[in-house]
Design a protein around this ligand. Sequence first.
Ligand SMILES: *Cc1c(COP(=O)(O)O)cnc(C)c1O
Length: 464
Amino acid sequence: MIIDKDTLGILSRAIERLDQGFSNLPEIAAGQNDAALAAMERVLLEAAARMQDNYPYMHPYYAGQMLKPPHPVARLAYSLALFINPNNHALDGGIASSAMEKECVAEIARMFGFESHLGHLTSGGTMANLEAIWVASQLRPGKLIVASKQAHYTHSRITGVLGVPYAGVEVDDKGCMDLQHLEQLLIHGQDGKQVGTVVVTLGTTSIGSVDPLPEILALRKKYDFRIHIDSAYGGYFKLVDNLDADAAAAYAAIDQADSIVVDPHKHGLQPYGCGCVIFKDPACGALYKHDSPYTYFSSDQLHLGEISLECSRAGASAVALWATQQLLPLVRGGEFAQGLSKSRQAAIAFYKRLSEDRRFVAPLMPQLDIVVYAVKARSASTSSRLAKEVFEAAAAQNLHLALAGLPRSLFARSQFEGGDFDWDQENITCLRSCLMKPEHLSYLDEVWLLLGKATDLCLAEVNV
Ligand SMILES: *Cc1c(COP(=O)(O)O)cnc(C)c1O
């Protein structure tokens, strides 16, 4: 069995309990007749057959993109909520699920060490970052938003959509924001505009690098700017104890930021449609002020739509997150934190094997749980071609990896520099593995074996 079916009984019992809450109403003929049931079953089985055409994200042999299955309790709670289909825009649409959302967001804020906060869930990290950058640009009108060149690509697009100026900051040879270039931008600005907000990425999407937050905070004392943390992928690593010293220092300082984004649908075991943005200063809620003539009548309490840019939003996301946080509280040393720790351990162990193996070059020590590795070759173009071949050969053996293009600058500390390696192109296509599932740790030997087989097949052809 690959897909969990054991938990479905819990769902029917929970739906029974939910139904009891509405027993004061006259019954409606909610039951289905046999023909309708048969038609639905036909369609659903067809959907199931079509869905077989997917990579097995739930399996540890899927060690590619940033994809992780939701926790069973999240899946069940989401499904349960669908029988109501609450809308967390206003309390009219979701009384209980709005309350659950506020509780979840408060726990996330506590995890980051925020003593005050205003925040909510969003449809994802892009929307969450858009809100944070929109707020930042309202508070620092006309000023630049800057983020590192390894930051998520959506930052330049978001600023484009918002019509606010944007500049990219260079990265160092570890893929972290370059402090010298940042300071140059802080002093001189760009195109006549001064920096208003620095987006600090704790966990870049491509390589998992962590920007040097403590040093950026020191610069904030000299130059006045806002700090927004994009930790859509990396935020939950706040809870683990096995980070390197630089990353640990960055996470320890996260409570100094003005706003933070984290995606429960990345490392938080949630179904898609769940991002989160939190602001330290609740007063920024005033920026969202708007009138909606047909909602907000049911209660004087805060409607989440009054503090978010999106209108309708799945209340089911909040119910799923709430259930998950009940089962797996966001505490250091807890079961949830241990799962992340294992991912991190898997990444370190995988990196170690790669570094000691003559077939690979792993240019960057992983800072979180993403490992990027090149196939050893005589030139950048051959290495890139081989990576694509290994990617295919591994997939043929059910091991699913991902590819990522890395600039030459990130190989500065690797054996590709200083020898007779031919840099016939400035980028190398590398293999990339997000070891996001805790099971990756216990499956590392198997993953390694399959990767080795795939690589040997590809290298054999080069040497013929
Ligand atoms: C994934 C990610 C985003 C985008 O979030 P979505 O949920 O995919 O919209 C933004 N920033 C970082 C660092 C990410 O990892």
